[in-house]
Design a protein around this ligand. Sequence first.
Ligand SMILES: NC(=O)c1ccc[n+]([C@@H]2O[C@H](COP(=O)([O-])OP(=O)(O)OC[C@H]3O[C@@H](n4cnc5c(N)ncnc54)[C@H](O)[C@@H]3O)[C@@H](O)[C@H]2O)c1
Length: 335
Amino acid sequence: MILLTGATGYIGSHTWLELLGDRYAVLGLDNYSNSSPVVLDRLQALARQPLSFVRADVRDPLALKDIFARHPIRGVIHFAALKAVGESMQKPLQYYENNVTGLIHLTQAMAQAGCRHLVFSSSATVYGDPKSVPIAEDARLAPTSPYGQTKLMSEQILRDLERADPSWKMAYLRYFNPIGAHPSGLIGEDPLGLPNNLVPFLAKVAVGAIPVLKLYGNDWPTPDGTGVRDYLHVMDLARAHSKAIHYLFQKGQSMTVNLGTGRGYSVLEVIRAYEKASGRPIPYEIVGRRTGDIATCFADPSLAKSILGWSTQFGLDEMCAHSWNWQKNNPHGYA
Ligand SMILES: NC(=O)c1ccc[n+]([C@@H]2O[C@H](COP(=O)([O-])OP(=O)(O)OC[C@H]3O[C@@H](n4cnc5c(N)ncnc54)[C@H](O)[C@@H]3O)[C@@H](O)[C@H]2O)c1
């Protein structure tokens, strides 16, 4: 059985389905701090079976101890974390407390239960402002936000744990920019409040919930002056998790890999693709740069391909079409 923390969140929910498709038994865990119980209903409808779920917090050692005592958990995929870069600048302690303390309690419970296979959600934010692109895994690590620091610290904690006890096997997955939704339109990204990321923001503008998109700077050193990012489909990302846990079980070797397409798109290119997908104009206004933002960021994903045999299958048009399909069918998200 695989324990999925943050299971009802955006990436966790898509990964849950992928794992079931690969015939893994899954136990989902979430405290619903950034997701809704409705996700579980949708997942059960899509999976056509009841799913095992526990509402718990990864910072609760007693709850974790109980979960590991009751279930034969062989590996953990750890998504549960706070993830908004901007918010982490306002509330750094909340981010360190949730993301780092949560990881420590989780790994302590795993160690006590003799479970030592862990897939960890890291992020391209560990690279900060890269010296060059594409970014390979051995690039300098210099996060520019408390959120990015929590991911780097978590990686360091896990690497120390591996050094102390080599029976631990870890997959450090550094995601670039996941977007899109399950093609059914039943599950997708549902940010609370004002979205932090471009595509959920675009989706809200296209559906009429927000009047205008804020474009943070058009004077970046990029071909059209707007920021360039590596967007990958959440379904491709979900598939990488199933491959990663399989690899840990089969090969018994740790890995650190980037998960991205290897190609960057500018904000203006994404706006045009979203207009095409939705058939609606997206009004935008140029505002100042955000603190902590960078010009260009895209992955060298070749290591994931050689280790996991993984590469992305969906292009930008499909990502935007699936995002729009989710948004137009669920204009108020899971509410
Ligand atoms: N979405 C991205 O752009 C992105 C990029 C890189 C890395 N990541 C990482 O991937 C992981 C999943 O991201 P997501 O986009 O699905 O985020 P999300 O917020 O949709 O999902 C995270 C889930 O974890 C839960 N959670 C948070 N703290 C918890 C706690 N203490 N105990 C139990 N549950 C808790 C939330 O309720 C939520 O359902 C996170 O670790 C995030 O940092 C995300």
